[in-house]
Write a protein that binds this ligand. Structure first.
Ligand SMILES: [Fe+2]
Length: 190
């Protein structure tokens, strides 16, 4: 699920860099890392990852005039081993806009508008099917009760206390598998 808050062309950042442009009293910084692998388990080099999330005030940068442009958004690339890393914050739960049709539907269902804390990813590489996904904080409120019903067990991760060497409050490790693009496979087979 892409969601409504993605922005094209986020800042291109070096591996391990931070997307944080503004600090909040309640923020928890986190070092995110993992591998992007193919179906055989091999790391894929040169994979592009677009990441975005809400700020510790529960608002995405493009809806908040008090945040710098592209705050908490970035584009990263995997290294020769298929490894990615970046620094951001722990995402917090937020209510989806509930003043229009979606809100009317939620109220009709007797459901609250909140989403559990999640980080958005778009993971792209020629020859593979693009993966648009969200990774959920396993300790977040609303995990079992997401207003848009998008949580899957396989997308839940854990924020652990970070070792001092990382320089962040938390550490989040998550690996992804990309499926080969069927069209690219067909060409390769010719
Ligand atoms: Fe979101």
């Amino acid at each position: 699920m892409l969601g409504p808050f993605y922005r094209e062309n986020p800042p291109v950042l070096p591996k391990g860099a931070s997307t944080i442009q503004k600090h909040y009293d309640n923020e928890e910084t986190a070092y995110y890392e993992g591998y992007i692998r193919d179906a055989a388990g091999n790391g894929i080099a040169g994979v592009t990852l677009d990441v975005w999330e809400d700020a510790p005030n529960g608002i995405y940068e493009n809806l908040d005039p008090d945040q710098p442009e592209y705050n908490l958004r970035g584009r990263f690339e995997t290294d020769e081993n298929g490894h990615y890393s970046f620094v951001a914050v722990r995402p917090v739960p937020y209510p989806i806009p509930d003043t229009e049709t979606a809100g009317e539907l939620l109220r009709y269902m007797g459901h609250h508008p909140y989403r559990p804390g999640h980080m958005h990813f778009i993971i792209s590489k020629d020859g593979y099917r693009q993966l648009i996904s969200q990774i959920y904080d396993g300790d977040s409120k609303w995990l079992d009760d997401d207003s848009v019903f998008a949580v899957k067990d396989s997308l839940i991760g854990t924020f652990k206390p970070a070792p001092e060497t990382l320089g962040t409050d938390l550490h989040f490790e998550f690996d992804f598998v990309l499926k080969a693009d069927a069209a690219a496979q067909a060409v390769a087979a010719e």
